[in-house]
Write a protein that binds this ligand. Structure first.
Ligand code: C5P
Length: 392
């Protein structure tokens, strides 16, 4: 039996939440309801309590129920959180990081799938602020169930009516029953650039933005995997739903963290643009200029992927090759040398771009060519090949 937290906010459609609870219960789901203060003006907690057979929570500070930290335990208990109806206000609060009551706090503390079933007055629905908030939340992986056109409480026919309760349940059931292809699989991804310090002010690095690695992490999460992301410095936000995020600076730090986690993984993807060399000597004080030339000796960094290849047991291991010349030949050599299942060859010039153009070269010599696409789409192409490898 799956667990659903139903959040009810204070739109007129709140009375329809009774039907949602009752339909969900009939289908065998365990439902716990959280209401906002405003929702209680439209439908009583007692109604939803009777229908759900569970205590309805409104107030965060009810003394008698403080046994566990409730917002954490509820977020963990839920397989999915549905907010129906979801008002302009709750979308705005979540999009702006506000957690000032039980519902907004549970939503903010949750890594589970979250669906907002929108319902509001048409002018609010058409307000560009709502649209911007929705786009922002969609980018973070939240889901939205659009409102229907119909007769609204404000006496006009327009968009803003809560979608039919049965349709809402159909939509969330698609998520609940979805067979996640990577469910239970552990995926390790390295991403971003490394920074190799020379003195307290300077470092050696490269142009990698981290976008490809972060897109891979987002896709792995969407496919149900448990994702560890080991990232060098980037300007990106950590994808929602990451199990472990480890931030590093240098190649040596990345190497240590990768080796700590690698043996427990089912899939490992080395996407980071790791510096091959670091300054041999680190100056504790800022290097002063003078009129002479300056020679800096560089020494080799550990090749992280090579080490993963050497220690490979059952992991599916994937590397990247970014070259400015002889891309395919170099990629084929790396595939062999680093003991990979396949290698993703891409041009070094796409490092900072939103798009990428890849070819996948497999162990058996097969080459798959793809069209240029957004990195998020490229991540889908790569994972679809990984899933083919797993099912082989
Ligand atoms: O040998 P090369 O650096 O060109 O290979 C690129 C691949 O190896 C990428 O997957 C990159 O993440 C990985 N790599 C690494 N550690 C290094 C250098 C590269 O893991 N020190």
């Amino acid at each position: 039996m799956k667990n659903i937290v139903l959040g009810v906010t204070g739109g007129i459609a709140a009375y329809k939440s009774a039907n949602i609870v009752s339909l969900l219960r009939k289908k065998g789901y365990d439902v716990k309801v959280i209401m906002t203060e405003n929702a209680t003006k439209i439908i009583t907690p007692q109604t939803l309590e009777t229908l759900s057979k569970n205590r309805v929570i409104v107030d965060m500070w009810e003394r008698e129920h403080q046994i566990e930290v409730e917002h954490i335990s509820l977020s963990e208990w839920a397989d999915l959180i549905l907010i129906a109806p979801a008002t302009y206000n709750i979308v705005g609060k979540v999009a702006n990081g506000i957690a000032d009551d039980m519902l907004s706090t549970v939503i903010s503390a949750s890594k589970k799938p979250i669906y907002f079933a929108l319902a509001m007055n048409v002018n609010m629905y058409e307000n560009p602020i709502l649209n911007e908030n929705i786009q922002k939340l969609k980018n973070f992986g939240y889901h939205f169930i659009e409102a229907d056109e119909g007769f609204l409480a404000c006496n006009i026919e327009a968009k803003g009516r809560l979608r039919d309760e049965k349709e809402i349940i159909e939509i969330i059931e698609k998520n609940l029953n979805y067979e996640f292809p990577l469910k239970g699989k552990k995926v390790l991804i390295t991403a971003g650039r490394t920074e190799e310090a020379l003195d307290p002010i300077r470092y050696f690095s490269n142009h990698s933005s981290g976008k490809m690695g972060y897109s891979l992490a987002e896709e792995a999460i969407e496919l149900g995997a448990e994702v560890t992301l080991i990232s060098g410095p980037t300007n990106l936000t950590t994808p929602r739903g990451i199990s472990k995020f480890i931030s590093v600076k240098s190649a040596q730090e990345m190497f240590q963290e990768v080796m700590k986690h690698y043996e427990f993984q089912d899939i490992a993807i080395a996407c980071a643009a790791v510096a091959d060399y670091r300054p041999k000597h680190y100056y504790n004080e800022k290097i002063k200029k003078n009129d002479d030339e300056l020679t800096i000796i560089l020494e080799r960094n550990p090749d992280i992927l090579l080490n993963m290849g050497k220690n490979k047991k059952n992991q599916i291991l994937i590397g990247f090759a970014a070259e400015t010349e002889n891309l395919l030949d170099n990629a084929k050599n790396k595939l062999k040398k680093k003991n990979l299942d396949f290698i993703v060859a891409n041009s070094a010039y796409n490092m900072q771009q939103d798009k990428n153009l890849i070819q996948i070269i497999k162990k058996n010599g097969e080459i798959l060519k793809f069209n240029e696409a957004k990195k998020r789409i490229v991540a889908k192409q790569i994972f679809s090949e990984i899933i083919n490898e797993i099912n082989k």
